[in-house]
Design a protein around this ligand. Structure first.
Ligand SMILES: [Zn+2]
Length: 885
C-alpha cells in the first residue's frame, strides 16, 4: 500500500488452533499465545508467521450492507483441509463480530465467540487431508476493515459508498478469517445492494441479477487465482466508470459521481504503465482485470487488492494545477504491487520490503521511462537524501522486533519503502539491466501465487549471477544503516596523481557493519571522462589515480548507484564546472547544494543562471532553494527576477522562497503574484508566504483566500494554515465563520485541520465559551475524523470547562482513537493547559520566579547576616562573659 495519507491501524496475527490427542496441549497453548490482538508482555518480542494447521482452500462471503446503520450482515463459508494433524478445534480471527450460527458437514460439539476469535470444536477430529466446510452466519458494525461513506457521516448522498481495507490485519473486523499473509486461497464475494449501486471486488464478475424477493441487486465476483486474506476487497455504492482495453484485459477507473469530472487526469497513465511493466518485468499481468476505484477519505494513498486497486480520491486533481499534481506515482506503485505483493506475497510482515521496495522502485523506473533518466535519478537522489538524514537509523530492513505489523509501514516505512527500493537499485546497477530482469522474472515465476522471504530473492540472484550475495544482504538488509563515506581529494602536479582518501565514518557496532563495497569515481579531463572503481573495506584508505592532466571535475559515485552518505566537498572551481555539465543531473544538484553554503556575488550569479536556464526542473528548484538559503540582497533580487517560470513546479518553488524573506519587497511581490496568478497551488504558496506580515491589507487577502473557491478548497486550506502560523486571534471570527458556513468546501482532513486551528487560536481568549460550544457541537459527529479533531481542538483550547465532555470519551470503548485523543486532551488541560507553544511564556515565568527567588535568597542572606550580627554580638559577649568566668 502507499503510505502517503496514513491513519489508523490494528493488531497482530493469528492462526488456527487444532488438537490431536497427543498434541492438544501444545497446539492450544501456542495458538492462544500467538493469536489475537495487541502483543502483550507475555509474548516473545520477535515476530514470526503463525502456524497453518489447515490448508484454507476457499472463502466465500455473502454480505448485505446496511448503509443507513453502517452495519453488515452475512455468511462466511470456508473450505479447508487439515494439513498433518487431525483437527478438533478450529480458531478464526473475528473481532467484535456478532455470530449467530455456525454449521458444518462435520458435527460441531460447540463454539465460542470471544471478542477476538471464533473457536469451533468438532465432535470428532477431522482427518488430515480430508476436505471440510464451515459456514458462519454473523453481523458486524465494524470500526475497522470496512468503512462507510454516507450522508449520516457528512458525505454527499449521491456519493454513498463503502470500501474495505485488509492490510495489515483489519479484515478480521468484518469477516471471520485466517488473517495472516502465509495462506493462499481463492475467494468469492457475493454482495447485495440497492439496484442502482455498483459492486466491485477481486477477480471476475460471474453474475449480477436482482433478487425478486428482496429487490436487491446480487453481484458475484470470483477470485479464481489464489491470493492472501489481506488482499480481499469489497467496494460498493454509487460509482461512475472510465474504461480502456489492454489487449484482452479490461481496465476500468471508477470514482464517486461528484469526483468523476477529473477521473481522466488520474487514469491517463494506466495503460502506458501496464505496457511498460509487462515488458520490464517480463511476466504477463496475472489477474482477470485491472480496476482502480477512487474512494473518499481512504486511510492510505492506495491499496493494491488483487485486480482491484483502491485509490484515495484525494489523488484526483483539476487541470488548473498544471503539472504540480499527478497520479502517475500512485498509479504505478499500486500497479507494480499486482506482481510484487500480490502474485508473490511476503510470508510475514518482517519481509514487507519485498512488497513495498519493489513497488517503490518500479515507480522510479516508470518515471524514467516516461520522463527520462534524469527524472528517475532525481527520484532516487531525493530518496537517498531522505535515507541518509534519518535519525536513529539502527534497525535492519528485515526486522522481527516490531510491536505491531503496521509499524513496518509507519515507524519503519522509510526502510520498507525507500531503502527497499534503493537496495533493488544497487542490485540492478551491479547486475546490469538484463540480468536483473532475468532475476526478477525467475523470482516471480518460481514463487507465483506463493510466499516469499528475502532469501528467495538472494537465492535467485546467486543462481543466475554466480556471485555470492551473502555479504551484500548482510550489510544492507540484515544489518542497519549504510556507509558514511568522507572523501578528500588532492592533486599532485609533479607526479600527475589524483589522490582520494576515503574514510568510513558510520558508527560500527552489533547493528551496523563496516562495509565492503565498490566505490565508482570519475574524473573529467578535457573532453574525456575517466571512470574508475575502488574497493573499500577498511575504516580509512588512500587511493591514487594517474591522469594526463589536472581534472576539471571529480565525481564520487557519478551514476548514483550506491546507498551511502558521501561527504565530498570539491573546490569551487570544480563545482562551477559541475554546474554546467548537462550530462550529469546529479552532479548539478550536488553543485547547487554545495554552492548554497557560499554567498559571494559570483556564486549568486551562477545560481541565478541555473535557476533560469538549467534544462531540468529539479535543478532549477534546487537553485531557488539555494538562493533562499544564501538569503542576501542579491539572492533575493535573483529570486524575484526569476519568477516567470513556465514550469509550475518551479514557479511555486520560487514564490515560496521569496515568501520566506521578511521584508516589505517580499510582501509587495506576493501581493502582485496573488493579483495575477491563476494556478491555485501556486497561489497557495503565495498565501503561505504572507505569514509573518501583518499589515491591514494582508489580513484582508488571507480572509479573501479563506472564503475563495478552488478545487478541494486548497486555497482556503492554505489560508487556514497561514492563520495558524500568524497565531493572531483577530482571525477568530473569520476562521469560525468559514468552518461554520463552508464546511462542505473543505475536504474532511482540511476541515479537521481548521477545527484544530480554531482551538489553538482561541486558547488565550478570556471568554472561550462560544468556541467551546462550537467544538462541543462537533464532538458528537458520526464522522470519526471530525470527532477526533474536535476533541483535539478542545484539548488545545486550554479551557477546563471542556473536561467533563472529554471525560465521556476517555471512558469509552477500549482502544478507540477517540479515547486516545480525549485522554491526551484531558492531560493537557489538567496540566494547567500549557501546551508546547506556551512553553516560552512558561519559561519566562520560571526565569522571573528564579530571579524573585534569587532576590528573596539575597534578602534572606541579608537578614541572616543581620541576625547573626545581632546574635553574634550576644554570643561573643556571653562567650567572653563565660570566658571571664
Ligand atoms: Zn505499497
Amino acid at each position: 500500500m502507499m503510505k502517503t495519507f496514513t491513519l489508523i491501524f490494528s493488531a497482530f496475527s493469528a492462526c488456527f488452533a487444532s488438537s490431536s490427542a497427543e498434541a492438544e496441549h501444545v497446539h492450544t497453548l501456542r495458538c492462544r499465545h500467538f493469536s489475537g490482538a495487541p502483543v502483550g508482555a507475555t509474548t516473545s518480542s520477535q515476530r514470526y508467521a503463525p502456524d497453518r494447521l489447515v490448508d484454507l482452500e476457499h472463502l466465500s462471503l455473502d454480505v448485505t450492507p446496511d448503509f443507513k446503520n453502517r452495519r453488515v450482515a452475512g455468511t462466511a463459508t470456508l473450505t479447508f483441509r487439515p494439513i498433518v494433524t487431525p483437527l478438533e478445534e478450529l480458531r478464526l480471527d473475528a473481532v467484535d463480530l456478532r455470530i449467530s450460527k455456525v454449521t458444518s458437514g462435520d458435527k460441531i460439539a460447540g463454539w465460542e465467540n470471544t471478542d477476538e476469535a471464533l473457536i469451533v470444536t468438532f465432535e470428532k477430529p477431522i482427518p488430515a487431508g480430508r476436505q471440510a466446510k464451515l459456514k458462519v452466519t454473523y453481523e458486524a458494525e465494524p470500526v475497522k476493515g470496512l468503512y462507510f461513506r454516507t450522508p449520516e457521516l457528512g458525505y454527499d448522498s449521491k456519493d454513498t459508498h463503502l470500501w474495505t481495507q485488509g492490510e495489515t490485519i483489519e479484515a478480521r473486523h468484518w469477516f471471520p478469517c485466517f488473517d495472516a499473509p502465509n495462506e493462499f486461497l481463492t475467494s468469492t464475494m457475493i454482495c447485495r445492494v440497492p439496484k442502482e449501486m455498483t459492486v466491485l471486488s477481486n477477480g471476475r464478475k460471474t453474475s449480477e441479477a436482482v433478487d425478486p424477493d428482496t429487490g436487491l441487486k446480487v453481484v458475484t465476483w470470483k477470485q479464481e487465482k489464489p491470493h492472501v486474506n489481506y488482499l480481499i476487497s469489497l467496494v460498493a455504492g454509487h460509482f461512475k466508470r472510465l474504461q480502456q482495453k489492454h489487449g484482452g484485459l479490461s481496465m476500468s477507473f471508477w470514482t464517486p459521481p461528484s469526483d468523476f469530472a477529473n477521473a481522466a487526469n488520474s487514469f491517463r497513465q494506466t495503460k502506458k504503465c501496464m505496457e511498460y511493466f509487462e515488458k520490464e518485468i517480463g511476466v504477463a499481468y496475472p489477474w482477470a482485470k485491472y480496476d482502480q476505484v477512487c474512494v473518499q477519505d481512504f486511510n492510505w494513498g492506495g491499496m493494491e487488492n488483487t485486480s482491484l486497486t483502491t485509490l484515495n480520491a484525494s489523488t484526483l486533481f483539476s487541470n488548473e494545477t498544471e503539472n504540480i499534481r499527478s497520479s502517475q506515482g500512485l498509479v504505478a506503485h499500486e500497479l507494480a504491487h499486482q506482481w510484487f505483493g500480490d502474485l508473490v506475497t511476503c510470508k510475514d510482515w518482517s519481509h514487507i520490503w519485498l512488497n513495498e521496495g519493489f513497488a517503490t522502485y518500479y515507480t522510479h523506473l516508470f518515471a524514467g521511462h516516461m520522463q527520462g533518466r534524469d527524472q528517475m535519478l532525481y527520484g532516487l537522489y531525493r530518496d537517498l537524501n531522505r535515507l541518509t538524514s534519518l535519525k536513529d537509523d539502527t534497525t535492519a530492513m528485515v526486522n522481527r522486533k516490531y510491536e505491531h505489523p503496521s509499524d513496518m509501514f509507519r515507524k519503519y516505512g522509510s526502510l520498507s519503502y525507500t531503502k527497499g527500493s534503493w537496495v533493488l537499485h544497487m542490485l540492478r546497477s551491479s547486475l546490469g539491466t538484463d540480468l536483473f530482469r532475468q532475476v526478477v522474472k525467475t523470482y516471480l515465476e518460481r514463487h507465483r501465487h506463493g510466499n516469499v522471504v528475502t532469501d528467495n530473492l538472494r537465492a535467485v540472484i546467486e543462481e543466475l549471477s554466480g556471485k555470492s550475495h551473502d555479504r551484500f544482504f548482510d550489510q544492507y538488509v540484515y544489518h542497519a544503516h549504510h556507509p558514511e563515506l568522507k572523501v578528500d581529494y588532492s592533486w599532485d602536479a609533479k607526479t600527475k596523481l589524483a589522490k582520494l582518501s576515503v574514510k568510513q565514518e558510520q558508527k560500527v557496532d552489533d547493528k551496523v557493519m563496516l562495509f565492503h563495497l565498490k566505490l565508482p569515481v570519475s574524473f573529467k579531463v578535457g573532453k574525456k571522462t575517466v571512470l574508475r572503481s575502488v574497493e573499500i573495506s577498511k575504516v580509512s584508505e588512500d587511493y591514487y589515480f594517474a591522469l594526463p592532466t589536472v581534472p576539471e571535475i571529480v565525481r564520487v559515485d557519478p551514476d548514483l548507484t550506491l546507498l551511502a552518505k558521501i561527504t565530498f566537498a570539491p573546490p569551487a572551481s570544480m563545482l562551477h564546472a559541475q554546474l554546467l555539465d548537462l550530462e550529469d543531473v546529479v552532479g548539478r544538484l550536488l553543485a547547487v547544494e554545495q554552492l548554497a553554503k557560499k554567498n559571494d556575488a559570483g556564486t549568486v550569479g551562477k545560481l541565478k543562471t541555473a535557476l533560469t536556464e538549467d534544462p531540468f526542473h529539479g535543478v532549477r528548484m534546487a537553485a531557488s532553494k539555494a538562493l533562499r538559503e544564501i538569503a542576501t540582497e542579491p539572492a533575493f533580487e535573483a529570486l524575484v527576477k526569476a519568477k516567470e517560470q513556465d514550469d509550475a513546479r518551479v514557479r511555486r518553488q520560487v514564490i515560496g522562497d521569496v515568501g520566506s524573506f521578511y521584508k516589505p519587497e517580499a510582501l509587495a511581490f506576493l501581493k502582485k503574484v496573488l493579483a495575477g496568478e491563476k494556478n491555485p497551488s501556486v497561489r497557495s504558496a503565495a498565501v503561505n508566504g504572507l505569514a509573518g506580515h501583518d499589515d491591514a491589507e494582508t489580513g484582508k487577502i488571507i480572509n479573501q483566500a479563506l472564503s475563495s473557491k478552488s478545487f478541494r478548497h486548497q486555497l482556503g486550506f492554505a489560508a487556514v494554515s497561514t492563520i495558524r502560523k500568524q497565531d493572531d486571534p483577530a482571525y477568530l471570527p473569520s476562521l469560525r465563520s468559514a468552518l461554520e458556513k463552508d464546511e462542505k468546501k473543505f475536504t474532511t482532513n482540511g476541515f479537521a485541520f481548521g477545527l484544530r486551528s480554531l482551538g489553538h487560536l482561541a486558547r488565550n481568549e478570556e471568554d472561550k465559551s462560544s468556541v467551546r460550544q462550537f467544538l462541543f457541537d462537533r464532538v458528537g459527529r458520526l464522522n470519526r475524523r471530525v470527532r477526533i479533531a474536535a476533541i483535539d481542538a478542545l484539548g488545545q483550547l486550554n479551557d477546563p470547562g471542556a473536561i467533563a465532555v472529554l471525560e465521556k470519551f476517555s471512558v469509552s470503548r477500549k482502544d478507540t482513537p477517540e479515547r486516545t485523543a480525549a485522554e491526551k486532551a484531558i492531560e493537557a488541560l489538567r496540566s494547567g493547559g500549557k501546551p508546547s507553544d506556551d512553553l516560552k511564556t512558561l519559561r519566562n515565568e520560571v526565569t522571573d520566579l528564579k530571579k524573585d527567588n534569587q532576590k528573596l535568597h539575597q534578602d534572606l542572606e541579608d537578614l541572616k547576616k543581620r541576625l547573626d550580627a545581632v546574635i553574634g554580638t550576644k554570643t561573643t559577649s556571653s562567650d567572653s562573659v563565660e570566658g571571664k568566668k
